[in-house]
Design a protein around this ligand. Structure first.
Ligand code: RB5
Length: 156
């Protein structure tokens, strides 16, 4: 099955996103380019985090990739959307282990921190990885999902 990947960046990640878009389109993935479609120094990372997170949450894409200057803003914003598990990973171990153990579904990258070749390696590690499905990982993930449903605020 061809994996569909939603990709977006604010102005801080725009140039790197454009390079990664071309590269990803030449891989075995289907890519949804959710912007920015032109460099706008006034755009907001939260809008792109919302677009990618909704595409993943609504099943239009299996995975998401977000870029901003540091990767932090998009990561914070993406995690506000239910069922999104977004992580800022600048090492390849976390980029695949986050999927294998935690079912991470959105990778955030800081375009002012890393270069094109490392970004490609991180994305490859992220997209090739699969959730292990092991009991201990499912158990922990279930607890994380209960936090999303309000357990952390005195709910269930
Ligand atoms: C934009 O200047 C910058 O703040 C944004 O891209 C991101 O790094 C925020 O975390």
């Amino acid at each position: 099955m061809t994996l569909t990947v939603a990709l977006a960046a604010d102005h801080g990640g725009f140039d790197l996103k454009q390079q990664l878009l071309t590269w990803l389109q030449n891989q075995e993935y289907k890519v949804l380019d959710l912007g920015a479609h032109e460099l706008n120094p006034s755009d907001d990372y939260s809008d792109f985090a919302q677009a990618v997170s909704q595409a993943v949450a609504q099943g239009q894409a299996e995975r998401g990739i977000l870029l901003c200057g540091s990767g932090v803003g998009t990561c914070v914003a993406a995690n506000k959307v239910a069922v999104i598990r977004a992580c800022l990973c600048h090492d390849t171990y976390s980029a695949h282990q986050g999927v294998e153990h935690v079912d991470m579904n959105v990778l955030c990258l800081g375009a002012r921190v890393i270069g094109l070749e490392l970004a490609k390696e991180l994305i490859t590690a992220f997209l090739k990885a699969r959730f292990s499905g092991e009991e201990r990982h499912r158990r922990r993930l279930k607890k994380v999902l209960s936090l999303e449903k309000g357990a952390g605020q005195g709910g269930i």
